[in-house]
Design a protein around this ligand. Sequence first.
Ligand SMILES: [Fe+2]
Length: 441
Amino acid sequence: MLNTISRFGVAGDAADYFRLLNPYFLESVIRLSAVKRVIASCDIFDEYGTMLLIKGEQVSQAHRATFLQRRLRDPLENCLLVEGGETLDSIVGDCLDLMRQNPVLDALGGASESMVALRGMGHMPLHGALQLLLTLSRLYNRSHYDKRLGAMIICAGLAHSAGLDDDDTDMLILSALVHDIGEMYIDPEYLNDERELWPDEWEHVASHPRIACAFLGEFTRFPTAVVDSVLQHHERGDGSGYPFQLAGSEMSPLGKLAGVADTVSALVMRGDFGFEPGLCKRIEVALTLVSGEFPPPAVSFITTALARLNNDIAPAVSGRFAERVLPILQQIRSARRIAEAQTSSEVSELVASVSRFALETIHVIDRSLHEIGAYDLSHVDVLEKKPDVMGEVCLLLGEVAWRLRHLARSIYLRVHQHGSASDQAQVARLVAALSEPVFVR
Ligand SMILES: [Fe+2]
């Protein structure tokens, strides 16, 4: 992979990273140049002093070969202007459109105080590299752009419910706008929502909070609180997140709220962004399945607001209960056996630690499965005649399947970041067992 950033993590590397042109970013810029005027705001040189573009010159398709694989004296992001690019006023306008279309977003961000905070963002300046990236995102990855806007709306609601002051509210909403900006530098193939990524593929995606953090440090003067929030939006209070597996006590208050907003927005904005049956129930399950992941007051705000929408009935499902539940139970049994063996045999502290973590998470998931009667097959005949109850069970199974895959990715990332080749080989079976595809609706 060209110009990979998946291992980099120190601020000093950032400038150098952006001087070598990222092919995915470059491709977007070239595409943009066909529909908008993208102009050099200064003379652009490569690292040897060769002039590539004169100030005022317009970027075109012909420049693809000129730029590709070059190391520039200054990052291209600092040297381009896009005419008619997005502004924070136009972005807030898009937010308001989304709220009119989607009752969940309206319920979460529609309080008058939240609307005032959201509209207030429209007066802030947006220029330079950030304007370029957000313009690219709106044109070429609308679903991801809308997901960021969904997170902004939810953050406006969360900020009000948490009683944040005006400055913290602005910083939280701003961090939602840019939290996934790092995805613009990742191979789009890995960002295809239809594709199930294996842990080694997901490692590329998992680098996006660090890329975003580096981008903000290099091209903006955003406060540290915004940068920290962006860097932490995939961390979780129980230590299961990434990129640093921070504990809740190590996370910033804004980072915790950004994580809630990102999770909820991803569920609301997926698919055709419709208000699908059971969406509110799905959100509730995602936020509460593993206690300790998200701050309880924020979860309470979300679930209380969504309860008013009367959308907590899961879609009805008919079919054989055993066919749906047994593959998950089998997968859990297999993963637990491997993890238990690794905590009791001669392994490194890292392998023992991730195995214990896997057992704890499996225990929490298992408890939820017990609560819905997944292990009790004595009433299957009755259950299969109740499509509404089956629907609720399947909704939970879907979330469990996703959690097991996420656990696999988390373990893979942790051991590949901090472990030896031997550690990586030892956890491979556990990662494979947790990653095993299961087919539930
Ligand atoms: Fe993200």
